[in-house]
Design a protein around this ligand. Structure first.
Ligand code: AMP
Ligand code: MG
Length: 267
């Protein structure tokens, strides 16, 4: 799955990435779904270990165009994980109080503590994406943010947080299909947001903003993965695989049992 990882310093051109790619995986959808089942059950065990050991912190950042599948990833990849150890933080349009602070203020408050996994559904990257596309702050302000974000993530990493960032990459055609099903299917209509159509018109601007963000903030300590996301099963598989691989690499252990446990009689 390392084929989807952006090496630090690489200039990203999203048009060269196939959104329908099933790259590292030779199998078909059925095999892919079976493999995801195996991964999610492994993830359950690893999350419990992370929680029990209480040493590491894991931050997962999800970014995508509208309908890109952030909610789907949270639902399918973390299916079965104990809700006590996993938190989702969603970043919406900032409130007045949030706007009265620096843009990382609301973000820093949500980062994982020891033994925790936190999933960011959108993140501080909105502050170089939607904010840039709509000119919500002067250009020199958002231009400074790439370095600030790298420094912020470096701080988190230095203090023991593992950071993984996933850009769910869908095509504009795929977005049309998904918006149509939100318009047409009764159980999806609640998700239909006319505002998304306005953002869709700005597709090239968002692509340019994403390309800069991915190019400038994929680092050794907080890498970006560009996940082909037109096929939901493959998208889930990539993320599940990366998570399992990274968690297995943490060399975690259950804390030692209390002493003389064998002598304890339970009446
Ligand atoms: P949703 O994730 O569909 O509920 O939408 C949340 C909305 O909040 C999206 O349109 C984001 O672009 C917007 N948003 C998130 N963060 C920011 C931010 N820092 N500034 C402006 N808009 C934001
Ligand atoms: Mg939305």
């Amino acid at each position: 799955m390392d084929i989807h990882r952006i090496q630090p310093g690489t200039r990203v051109h999203l048009s060269t990435f196939d959104t329908r790619d099933t790259g590292g995986f030779g199998g078909d959808k059925a095999t892919g779904k079976k493999e995801l089942k195996r991964l999610t059950s492994r993830l359950e065990d690893l999350q419990e270990l992370l929680y029990a050991e209480g040493k590491h912190r894991l931050l997962i950042i999800l970014q995508a165009m509208d309908t890109g599948g952030k909610d789907g990833v949270i639902r399918h990849v973390f299916d079965g994980v104990n809700p006590q150890g996993v938190k989702v933080a969603s970043f919406k349009v900032p409130t007045t109080e949030e706007l009265a602070h620096d843009y990382l203020w609301r973000v820093h408050k949500q980062v994982p503590g020891s033994g925790e996994i936190v999933i960011f559904n959108r993140s501080h990257y909105e502050d170089v994406l939607v904010v840039r596309v709509h000119g919500l702050v002067p250009a020199d302000a958002w231009q400074r943010r790439y370095d600030q974000i790298n420094a912020f993530e470096r701080l988190l990493a230095d203090e023991g947080t593992t950071i993984l960032k996933f850009f769910l990459h869908i095509s504009k055609d795929e977005q049309r299909t998904r918006l149509e099903s939100r318009r047409d299917e009764p159980h999806k209509q609640w998700k239909f947001n006319v505002g998304d159509l306005k953002e869709r018109k700005l597709w090239p601007d968002y692509l340019a903003a994403y390309e800069d963000a991915l190019s400038r903030t994929s680092t050794e300590w907080a890498p970006w993965y560009v996940v082909p996301a037109d096929r939901k099963w493959y998208r889930n598989l990539v993320i599940g695989s990366v998570l399992v691989q990274v968690l297995e690499g943490l060399d975690m252990h259950y804390p030692p049992a209390p002493e003389h446990l064998e002598e304890i009689v339970i009446e």
